[in-house]
Design a protein around this ligand. Sequence first.
Ligand SMILES: C[S@@+](CC[C@H](N)C(=O)[O-])C[C@H]1O[C@@H](n2cnc3c(N)ncnc32)[C@H](O)[C@@H]1O
Length: 205
Amino acid sequence: MTDKANTNWWDKWDNAAKSFDLMNSGVELRFGERKREWFARAEGRTLLVAVGTGLDLQYFPQEQTVVGIDISSKMLEKAQGKLSVDRNRQLLVRADAQNLGFADNTFDSVVTSCTFCSVPEPVAGLKELRRVLKSGGKILMFEHVRSNIFWMGPMMDIMSRVSRKFGPELNRRTKENVIKAGFKLTREINIYLDMVKLYEAVNPS
Ligand SMILES: C[S@@+](CC[C@H](N)C(=O)[O-])C[C@H]1O[C@@H](n2cnc3c(N)ncnc32)[C@H](O)[C@@H]1O
């Protein structure tokens, strides 16, 4: 019998950690170079939100300071093995994107990668990222989102009812959420139909 008192909403991510690298190897093969180019736009001290098992750490130059956060300690354990040699430059911290322990204006840039399909309260999470990002700082996002293709969106709504039990939601409206959180959207690029997107937005205040 499951003891409900001992379960957390992030347990599904702890469970996913074991097979995560294998399940996501196709994403890295297909989109890895696009991510490398896109994340190269991040400058200075960078917050990598929902670092997972650390697949994205390879896309940052060794000399860049990158703080990777995630809610799942099992994901972070896997990410430890992918840190660059210089551990003063890449750090991992267990934290909830919706309630970060960092002071206001701590980071020059924020990067997300398949993050806002997964954070339970996306607008709250994005507002929290704005708080820790310096004024004028950029958020660079690689995200899958709900399609606007006429039959695809409703299908993604239905599939999300199942997918969210084990992992991400498939029908997030991330662009709208970025704007609701008070960011100024500066770029939007489709990299697979209208479902896999790159967004760049600026913290205006
Ligand atoms: C789909 S995975 C993506 C992982 C990684 N960014 C990648 O693309 O390989 C989503 C990640 O979000 C993390 N996550 C979900 N909600 C979170 C939250 N509120 N705060 C921090 N991390 C969260 C999960 O633990 C998981 O590692």
